[in-house]
Design a protein around this ligand. Sequence first.
Ligand code: A3P
Length: 277
Amino acid sequence: MDLENLSSKPLDKHIRRLPRVIIIGVKKCGTRALLEYLKLHPLIKAPGPEPRFFDRNYHRGLDWYRSMMPATKEHEITMEKTPRYFVSPDVPERIYNMSLNTKLVIVVRDPVIRALSDFTQAVSKHEVESNMIFRRRVLRRDGDINLHSSIVQTGIYVRYVTNWLKYFGSSNIHIVSGEELITNPLAVLETVQDFIGVEREIDGNLIFFNKTRGFPCIRILKRKRTSKCFGKTKGRNHVQTDSTTLKRLYDFYSPYNQYLFKVINKTFKWNIIQREQ
Ligand code: A3P
């Protein structure tokens, strides 16, 4: 037996490892769908629930965080998603302190539609009174934007992105379109797999558009070609609102969106959606 060679070659153990990739947000932009798609890749492993380590459970320490992760081999990629990280001011520095090489993925979506989605979820979880209307949450009585509303704040993406850029270079941050994740998930996944540094293995056999559901769903090849669509909490009908409220929000977000596009050197077609409203 070649003992020398054996000792210099560590065994590729199946152990829990800290994530190398984190989907940090944004809430209601498609973070669950992105993670579930990526888990179809044979080398990508992730826990089901959101660990919420860097914002809520930081006091538990890195060993606790590691214990939340699935066991992987060295060549496999551990990742997690916690959308709350994106808007939490202390989290960029905390992730940087864990590893400055962490790769971060951000899903963004038209911030007005994101706000409607967030509000719809809050109503369904009874976090706001059922008779509370969207307009009253996002606008003040005098018709100005309610800057205190977290539903409004979250959509000012550039404000948060600039905080992340203080700690991570743009080569460590990959931003994808939540709209494209629905209309062309395979194209988005190609860019994400390239960014993560794994072979492109997620293809049209695994993800298909389900016309009845109106969204892409996952084909489970192992179980005689059954499929899995996301549950009722993903892709639901949004609460209705009036066109004045929508216009106010679009006008409010417009300069922030333009600033974001400059900062990330990438443009999303949210203004076209605005004209179509
Ligand atoms: P809506 O429910 O407003 O349509 P998150 O997982 O970050 O909470 O995002 C939820 C959003 O993911 C949904 O918002 C939906 O638009 C989007 N989404 C993307 N792909 C989806 C899919 N395949 N099935 C259902 N929803 C999907």
